[in-house]
Structures are given as structure tokens and as C-alpha cells.
Design a protein. Structure first.
Length: 256
């Protein structure tokens, strides 16, 4: 049996079809989970003893082990990521939610800023089920746009920031009505394509915001590139923070 065979189901079956348990060898810390799971009565995965509901039982077991080691937060299950975030805001409002190049946003701050994003979107006509495209690198504004759209009842269309010509089709095909992108990207390639796709709400963001390192290795040559008439996401979030945002009424079957 090859190493791959030990860790993957039969190639002719999908994860939603019959799963054939296969023996696997503990590697580093994973061995601890095998022992802990066996002690909790979930069977020994090394012997294929997890039964027909292998995935669900292993997930529950690992969650309990993590809860024992790192605190009860791992044991609380949510039907939505949105609910998990709300729980974090309620239980650890001053805890670090995002750390980015020397700066930190707490859960309370992220909650307030994303309320602001949601309030702004709703004021611009964004409605339940509308699509917001996020065309950003790994910056804090990605999270602000994500949760802001969810709070407004919308769905998020994450876009690879390397996309160029693909944008025309994706924006149109997904029915995107709002877009958040980098300042330079908006000027270089997004503005024209967004207009052609019928996008009506646009916000830009800068990687220079929400950081304190000013690392020349990362930001050499990076400058602000504001476009008149296109608001900055962070400025909007701060200006509209504190506005009342109605419960979007999201359920697990909604498109995220």
C-alpha cells in the first residue's frame, strides 16, 4: 500500500459516498489525537475503527480534544461563521481579531467597523442576496468587506488579485453589484470592467492602512492612489460605525 493510499479514500468514491477506513500512521502531534480519540470511545483510527460515520465522529472528537487543551471556545459549535464571530465579540471583545504588520484590531473594533461597512452598503442600495466582489491581497480590509457584506445580507465573491481579463466574465456571471479592490487595481483594470458589468457600488483600500511597520521590503514604491468619487473602505467603515444595522436573518443554507 502506498503512502497516499493510507490517507485517501478509494479513488472511485467521493467524500459523500461510502468511505472505506484505511490504516494511517501517526505523524508527530497527530499521534496524540489518535490516542485521545481512542480514549474518548471514538475507536482507534489506526485500526479503521471509526465506523461508517468516520468524518463526523472524528470532527467531534478532535473538537473535544482541542477544547480540553486550549479552552472551551473550541467546543462551542455554530451553524454559521457569522455566529462564531458574534460569539467572539461577546466573550472576548478586547481580544486580538486581526494582527497585521505591527497593528492589531480587536473583535470589538472589527465588529464596529464591519457594522459601518454594512450600514454604508445598505444606504447605497445593497440588498439581501446581492453579491459583493472582494479583489484584494491578504489585508485586514478583506475581513472588513467580508463581514460587512454578510451583515448587510449579501454574498461575497472572492477574486484572485492576479486576475485581469477574467474579471469581465466573473463580475458579469456572478451578478456582482458591489466591489472592493485596491486603489491601484481600480485605476488600472477594475473601473472599466466594473462599469461594463453593471457594478453600482465601489470601494477601494490601501495596503498602507491598518499597519505600523512601514516595511520597505513590502511597501517600496507603494503610494496612495485615490480616485475621486470612489470612497475608501476604511474611511467609510469609520464614518458609518455606530449606525444601526438590521439583522440580515442569515441561515445555514444561504449563499455566503
Amino acid at each position: 500500500m502506498s503512502a497516499d493510499d493510507r490517507f485517501h479514500p478509494h479513488p472511485s468514491r467521493t467524500l459523500h459516498e461510502e468511505y472505506v477506513p484505511r490504516p494511517c500512521h501517526p505523524v508527530h502531534g497527530f499521534g496524540y489525537f489518535l490516542v485521545a480519540l481512542e480514549r474518548r470511545g471514538f475507536g482507534d483510527p489506526a485500526d479503521g475503527g471509526v465506523g461508517d460515520d468516520a468524518f463526523d465522529r472524528l470532527a467531534v472528537g478532535i473538537t473535544e480534544v482541542l477544547a480540553d487543551q486550549f479552552g472551551g471556545g473550541f467546543g462551542h459549535r455554530h451553524s454559521l461563521d457569522f455566529e462564531g464571530f458574534a460569539d467572539a465579540v461577546a466573550t472576548a471583545p478586547d481580544g486580538p481579531a486581526i494582527t497585521y504588520l505591527g497593528a492589531t484590531l480587536t473583535y470589538r473594533e472589527v465588529d464596529e467597523l464591519t457594522d459601518g461597512v454594512a450600514a454604508y452598503l445598505l444606504a447605497q442600495g445593497f440588498r439581501t442576496g446581492d453579491r459583493l466582489a472582494v479583489y484584494l491581497q491578504n489585508v485586514p480590509q478583506f475581513v472588513l468587506a467580508l463581514f460587512g457584506a454578510w451583515k448587510a445580507g449579501g454574498a461575497v465573491v472572492p477574486l484572485n488579485p492576479m486576475y485581469k481579463d477574467e474579471l469581465d466574465h466573473i463580475l458579469t456571471d456572478a451578478g456582482v453589484v458591489a466591489v472592493v479592490c485596491g486603489e491601484q487595481a481600480w485605476a488600472d483594470r477594475v473601473a472599466e470592467r466594473a462599469a461594463g458589468a453593471g457594478v453600482t457600488i465601489a470601494l477601494t483600500a490601501s495596503e498602507l492602512d491598518l499597519q505600523t511597520s512601514n516595511d520597505e521590503r513590502l511597501f517600496a514604491g507603494v503610494e496612495r492612489h485615490r480616485t475621486p468619487g470612489v470612497p475608501d473602505l476604511l474611511e467609510v467603515a469609520r464614518e458609518w460605525a455606530g449606525h444601526s444595522v438590521p439583522d440580515p436573518g442569515l441561515v445555514p443554507d444561504d449563499i455566503a
